[in-house]
Design a protein around this ligand. Structure first.
Ligand SMILES: C[S@@+](CC[C@H](N)C(=O)[O-])C[C@H]1O[C@@H](n2cnc3c(N)ncnc32)[C@H](O)[C@@H]1O
Length: 341
């Protein structure tokens, strides 16, 4: 899936965007996603009045809002009729699931709120949530409480991680392994791709109960219910035994405790797999990961060599790190045959 980063915007639009406008423009696009204007106009032309009714936006802003989107190359306009540009159809409809539209745009709004106190955060070292006096529950807590959020977040990643999953299945040879524990396996996207690639592999997706329900649906639709099961639980607790591969893919920081839990549950010669978009050695790449810390993200702020060192320190052997594709890394390590503790 491609993300409509600013460089993909038409040149004449880009030429007119300075830093201040870039901020306004990006917030406007988020609003367009929140009210789902591109979905309302998907494959059809509508008059301004009909769009206003469908989107429930006020008359006062109707034309300015729609005309702004035209100025950005996202809508076309003739008289009083508007329709999606090819750019909008590609990036906001074809390349995105409805889950992405709902979840990602909501996260964007939260990010803007966090950024209003950025200077105070820089000066004090405090989080934006504590400066603003708001409680920011972890995303897992929100998913436990709100089924819609669990579905939107999980299915957003199901679509978003398809390319990563296929690349990982090509990269990671599990033909000699029988059972995989996919810790924080979410939608099941990684397990599904790995099971397809390795016909002898059985997998288990360990995640929150609300997420497991959604994963089970994806696994059923993939026709893999006989080989992939789900297990509701907390990934920070003791991990179940009986799996010869334990994988952590995009689950935030894999702490020493999680590595220890994986080590304890793996059999001798069992394989540990870590997959994530780690920071480059000089901590300047990938840019989206580097800056995410300012909006309270739980993405790991570790470099791949730091993770390699942590895996080795826990006692895994033959530790290897490799680039799966783009900036996705995979680190593997084997528990020694004697399984020294
Ligand atoms: C960013 S998602 C990644 C999902 C999947 N591994 C993938 O790559 O698409 C992280 C997943 O870890 C799960 N997770 C995080 N902390 C957890 C916890 N303490 N117990 C159970 N699941 C947890 C979340 O529910 C979520 O599904």
């Amino acid at each position: 899936m491609e993300i409509p980063t600013l460089d993909k915007f038409p040149k004449k639009v880009l030429a007119g965007i300075d830093v201040q406008r870039a901020f306004i423009v990006s917030r406007l696009i988020v609003a367009a996603e929140r009210v789902q204007v591109f979905r309302a106009l998907h494959g059809k032309r509508m008059k301004a009045a009909a769009i206003r009714r469908a989107l429930k936006i006020h008359d006062f802003y109707r034309d300015t809002f729609l005309n702004s989107l035209v100025s950005l190359g996202l809508l076309h306009k003739k008289g009083n009729t508007y329709w999606n540009s090819r750019f909008a159809e590609k990036y906001f409809i074809d390349e995105r699931s409805i889950y992405w539209t709902r979840q990602y745009s909501k996260e964007c709004v939260q990010a803007y709120e966090a950024l209003t106190v950025l200077e105070k955060a820089l000066a004090s070292g405090r989080t934006s949530a504590s400066i603003r006096g708001v409680k920011k529950p972890r995303y897992t807590e929100r998913m436990k409480r709100d089924r819609r959020e669990a579905e939107d977040f999980t299915q957003m990643l199901f679509h978003f991680h398809q390319d990563d999953a296929e690349a990982l299945a090509k990269y990671l040879n599990l033909s000699r392994h029988r059972t995989l524990l996919d810790v924080g396996g979410g939608s099941g996207v990684m397990s599904i791709a790995l099971a397809r690639r390795n016909p002898n592999l059985r997998a288990c997706v360990l995640d929150l109960a609300a997420v497991c329900k959604i994963a089970a649906g994806n696994i059923r639709r993939a026709g893999l219910s006989k080989r992939i099961r789900t297990l509701a639980g907390d990934i920070r607790r003791k991990l179940p035994a009986g799996y010869d591969v334990i994988m952590f893919c995009d689950v935030g920081m894999v702490s020493r405790q999680l590595l220890q839990n994986a080590y304890a549950s793996l059999p001798p010669r069992g394989l540990l797999v870590l997959v994530d978009r780690y920071l480059s050695e000089d901590r300047t790449q990938p840019p989206d990961r580097v800056v995410a810390q300012f909006v309270g993200s739980s993405f790991p702020q570790a470099t791949w060599s730091e993770m390699v060192a942590a895996v080795e320190a826990r006692g895994f052997q033959a530790v290897k790190a490799g680039r799966v594709h783009r900036d996705l890394w995979c680190i593997t390590g084997t528990k020694p045959a004697m399984g020294f503790e």
